[in-house]
Write a protein that binds this ligand. Structure first.
Ligand SMILES: [Zn+2]
Length: 192
């Protein structure tokens, strides 16, 4: 089943993707917006248990990641007081081509900006699958798509924090697939 989609063939060269995701300017801007969002919700401006106006702080990075992943759908991000999955995504009922990514507040606050981008990229991987091959949802495929735009090591860090929050560990090989860097033995080992 999974061989129908092999996103690695479409992988965007890292040099093209990384500066947009990880650039310092972007990170500072993003953190500023994140701070504004978190502080506004902390002041209790929302009486509900979740805030629905937090798509703004994430819209720039979501837009960049969607462009690189060729996702044309509308994606909002929301911070919830609790999300048992810590971060999740779902299509909005009755709104074709609209999706919602939900973060657990405490989990989100434990992530740095690169890790937030990686978590969003993972959820966009799910959204890409939703819109292309909805019956092929797997964590591995979502990560394979995410790794077109964020690096494997950052996704590993997100999983470490995810598992610290949930108390349930998974298998990185199953979730991320075999590490391509381990496949090829180093040829320069005779030079010391
Ligand atoms: Zn997932």
């Amino acid at each position: 089943m999974q061989q129908i989609v092999k996103p690695s063939r479409l992988r965007i060269p890292r040099k093209a993707a990384r500066p947009i995701v990880l650039s310092r300017t972007h990170g500072v801007f993003f953190l500023m917006l994140l701070w504004l969002a978190l502080s506004s919700t902390a002041r209790g401006e929302k009486s509900a248990s979740s805030s629905s106006d937090t798509s703004g702080p994430f819209s720039a990075i979501v837009r960049d990641l969607c462009a690189h992943l060729q996702i044309g759908d509308h994606v909002d991000v929301r911070i919830d007081e609790t999300n048992s999955k810590m971060v999740s995504s779902e299509p909005l009922a009755g709104s074709p081509h609209r999706y919602l990514i939900s973060f657990d507040r405490a989990f989100l606050e434990s992530l740095d900006d690169d890790e937030i981008a990686a978590a969003i990229a993972h959820e966009l991987g799910h959204i890409w699958i939703f819109s292309h091959h909805p019956y092929l949802q797997t964590e591995e495929l979502a990560n394979e798509i995410a790794m077109r735009v964020v690096d494997r090591e950052t996704i590993k860090k997100v999983y470490a924090k995810l598992w610290a929050h949930t108390g349930v560990e998974g298998n990185l090989e199953d979730l991320l697939g075999p590490d391509p860097q381990r496949k090829e033995p180093k040829v320069s080992s005779n030079i010391d």
